[in-house]
Design a protein around this ligand. Structure first.
Ligand code: ATP
Ligand code: NCN
Length: 293
């Protein structure tokens, strides 16, 4: 890794903030431990309906990978739950998803944060979300410092599962310009996901290979929010699949007892990925299996 390469400059976009919004940075490390390293921040975009231990584990896997294989230093990590306007089936209202992510990060982690910026407004493309982080961290906060007080810009990087990255090769889901922005300018860490071939997922993204870091799952975990929602609908326990405060919150508020507001939403077809079709098929199989019990 060439740490002398210039960090991405702040974008020229203007951003619309939700009412009463302030960028969370209470756990952002503002001083590099090692001045030779390039400071980065990890951003995971997704539905988080609900957040699971696997979503949190993705960050820990990235920490180990970064320490062992790169010249980066991680200054912070963020979950960025998607807007209600994404209208994906099973997508619970943003305030519940943000609260669950906040419970999970504040009560089980010392360094992860939740940014509600995209959740509480109209749908924002991932390229715009990453620009928002770049703007807040490098332009508004002024980046970070070395132990000697030298300024450094922080590189924002996407953290995603291999199912999400494989949608980047599917026609009509992501714009070419946005892919170049996300993978060319920022870069990403991809966590292997059961049922999603990592090499196939990145085959068509070869021109950005230098900015794509593939992380194998050494302990396989195929928990998904879809399966958790299915269990909850069937009255099955999800304890120890999700952080306890999240399970308690779901129980207290009686969440996920039905299929949710977007169950048969045809508008979502714009975003309907191959992986969702596969998941829907798997869910059908699981329902049949559960009915037999
Ligand atoms: N088991 C997993 N292995 C690797 N990555 C995962 C896993 N579960 C989720 N992710 C990643 O976490 C991010 C957020 O995912 P998301 O909220 O869509 O979770 P999900 O479990 O895939 O949800 P759903 O089942 O509702 O589609 C995405 O980048 C996704 O690829
Ligand atoms: O920016 C895009 O064009 C784009 C296209 C498809 C998906 N995304 C983002 O990827 C995430 C996918 O979440 P999910 O739950 O559908 O796996 C979510 O944060 C979306 O906003 C983003």
């Amino acid at each position: 890794m060439d740490t002398s390469s210039p960090p991405p400059s702040s974008p020229t976009r203007t951003f619309s903030n939700p009412p009463n919004y302030s960028f969370p940075h209470h756990r952002l490390n503002r001083v590099l431990r090692n001045p030779e390293k390039q400071p980065i921040v990890l951003v995971a975009c997704g539905s988080f309906s609900p957040v699971t231990y696997l979503h949190l584990r993705m960050f820990e896997m990235a920490v180990d990978y970064v320490r062992q294989n790169t010249d980066f230093e991680i200054m912070g990590g963020y979950l960025s739950p998607v807007s209600d306007m994404y209208k994906k089936p099973g997508l619970l209202a943003a305030h519940h998803r943000v609260t669950m992510c906040t419970l999970a990060t504040e009560q089980t982690s010392h360094w992860l944060m939740v940014d509600p910026w995209e959740a509480f407004q109209s749908y924002q493309r991932t390229a715009v979300v990453l620009d928002h982080f770049d703007y807040e961290i490098n332009t508004v906060l002024g980046g970070v410092q070395t132990p000697d007080g030298e300024h450094r810009n922080v590189r924002v990087m996407l953290l995603a599962g291999s199912d999400l990255i494989s949608t980047m090769s599917e026609p009509g889901v992501w714009s070419e310009e946005d892919l170049d922005h996300i993978l060319g300018r920022y870069g990403c860490f991809i966590i292997e996901r059961a049922g999603s071939d990592m090499d196939q997922a990145t085959d068509n993204l070869a021109r950005w290979r230098h900015n794509i870091y593939l992380i194998s799952q050494l302990i396989q975990n195929d928990v998904s929010s879809t399966k958790v929602r299915l269990f909850l609908r069937r009255g099955l326990s999800v304890r120890y699949l999700l952080p306890s405060p999240v399970v308690d919150y779901i129980e207290e508020h009686g969440l996920y007892k039905d299929e949710g507001p977007n169950a048969s939403n045809s508008n979502y077809s714009k975003h309907l990925h191959h992986k969702d079709v596969e998941k829907a098929k798997a869910e059908d199989k699981d329902v049949i299996a559960l009915k037999k019990t």
